[in-house]
Design a protein around this ligand. Structure first.
Ligand code: ATP
Ligand code: MG
Ligand code: MG
Ligand code: MG
Length: 439
């Protein structure tokens, strides 16, 4: 992609409305634009990052055996009346009437709709376990939308829903998502700690929020420090291995970690003082086992091996991609801008010419661009004739991990300067060496 033909509306000034660094950087880097309170457009650079986040979320859901579908954003109120949540949900739900005066709503979550899909097709335990997910926009009329897409009104959620014949089966399904989440967040370059979370009126101890520690986080959390060292389950994890997944779950829940709603002062104080962590955090995922809460009122039953009908045991599992993007930035930036983890960077590398139109510069930039592109990398080529200072500032702001800087002098000898965005280290090498390093 040539920068001269791209759409990258960089802001020179710090936007006044942005209170936290990720919001400021997303606006300055031309990633998002607010359309009305808490409702955002994702501009091309932001869209690239969001797509990368979604791709990793999707791969790990698929690996854990979940099956993707797509449900609509608009829902009929009827389903919610069936579950009893239409009245209970309150003002966060955006309620709409269609031209026939039928009550509709913009879905804040999809338990009712997925239960309806399930009960329409699945009649036998032989089709279980089943986990269906989608990545779709949600709307919640948040009382205080703020921090850009960190807490917006319209936002993207990956929500998965599991169905099992028994509670034991459902807990294994829960463990699959638990492990998938550990892998997902690690691949996104962040450390999210699973913390015991409130299950609300349903009770039970099976709910975890995945929290990224950050001073700007809205959740108050308490945890043992040891989480920093736990191993992330590998790519070859066998998701059908019940005991194996349970062991991972137990390891990751062996140390104290709870949100303020679930905080147990006495248990926390039993931890040696130096190992206690009382901090703020960002909720990026939430998993939940809730048994027959929806299958019962909505009549989602299957025939069991005993020939009798059984209500299915369900769980739901959310991740917020549009919140993750700013959460990643909160965890990875410096005074010059964003520092993307390679896995979600909008581009893999940036080629920067210091003199557009110079024969040697154009040639070397072309070699780098073609070489990297042919190797399957996404490359942004700053071919503009902006001042050097502007170019460097833009490159650092948008945070692509590697910058390949081509000036007339080095280009004449077929060389390029390779700059690592994170460390700032620069190294001059031949075009060939640079291509070898990156591909
Ligand atoms: P919060 O406590 O931040 O309001 P929640 O507990 O209401 O979030 P869930 O219903 O658990 O959210 O939804 C699953 C995930 O969706 C959350 O973990 C979060 O990543 C994301 N999410 C929820 N609300 C928002 C929002 N307003 N903006 C962006 N992402 C959100
Ligand atoms: Mg909420
Ligand atoms: Mg919450
Ligand atoms: Mg939650």
């Amino acid at each position: 992609m040539r920068l001269s033909r791209y759409f990258l509306p960089i802001l020179k000034e710090n936007p006044k409305e942005a209170e936290i660094v990720s919001h400021r950087l997303m606006l300055r880097a031309g990633m998002i634009r607010q359309q009305s309170q808490g409702i955002y457009s994702w501009l091309p650079l932001g869209k690239r990052v969001l797509d990368k986040v979604n791709a990793i979320v999707r791969q790990e859901q698929d690996r854990a055996g979940a099956v993707e579908l797509l449900m609509p954003t608009l829902q009929s109120a009827e389903l919610w009346q069936e579950s009893g949540r239409y009245d209970a949900y309150g003002k966060e739900m955006l309620r709409i009437k269609d031209r026939q005066d039928r009550p509709m709503l913009y879905g804040p979550t999809n338990e009712e709709m997925i239960t309806d899909i399930f009960r329409s097709y699945v009649k036998s335990y032989k089709n279980l376990p089943l986990n269906l997910y989608h990545i779709q926009l949600k709307f919640r009329d948040e009382i205080r939308p703020r921090f850009g897409t960190m807490r917006s009104r319209e936002f993207l959620m990956k929500d998965a829903y599991s169905f099992d014949l028994t509670r034991e089966g459902a807990l294994h399904s829960y463990n699959k998502m638990f492990v998938a989440y550990l892998r997902t967040f690690a691949r996104l370059g962040v450390r999210a700690i699973p913390m015991r979370a409130d299950t609300g009126p349903i009770g039970g101890n099976h709910s975890h929020e995945f929290i990224i520690l950050a001073d700007t986080g809205e959740s108050e959390v308490y945890s043992h420090k040891s989480f920093i060292e736990f191993d992330i389950p590998g790519e070859n994890t066998d998701f059908d291995d019940v005991a194996g997944l349970q062991a991972i779950f137990e390891k990751w829940t062996s140390a104290y970690a709870a949100t303020s709603e679930m905080h147990d002062e006495a248990a926390f104080n039993a931890i040696p003082e130096g190992d206690r962590l009382s901090a703020r955090g960002i909720e990026v995922g939430h998993i939940f086992y809730f048994g027959t809460k929806y299958s019962e009122p909505m009549g989602a039953k299957v025939q069991g091996p005993d020939g009798k009908e059984h209500l299915v045991h369900m769980g739901s599992y959310g991740i917020g991609p549009t919140r993750l993007v700013p959460a990643i930035i909160e965890a990875s930036h410096d005074e010059n801008g964003i520092i993307w983890p390679a896995s979600v960077s909008p581009f893999d590398a940036m080629v920067i010419t210091m003199k557009a139109g110079d024969e040697a510069c154009d040639r070397v930039c072309g070699q780098l661009y073609d070489g990297l592109t042919n190797a399957g990398l996404d490359v942004l080529y700053d071919d503009t004739d902006d001042r050097a200072g502007t170019k460097f500032a833009t490159a650092d702001l948008i945070g692509v991990p590697v910058q390949l800087i081509v000036g007339p002098r080095s280009a004449a000898t077929g060389e390029v300067e390779v700059k690592d965005r994170k460390t700032g280290a620069r190294e001059t090498m031949t075009v060939e060496a640079a291509l070898n390093r990156l591909t």
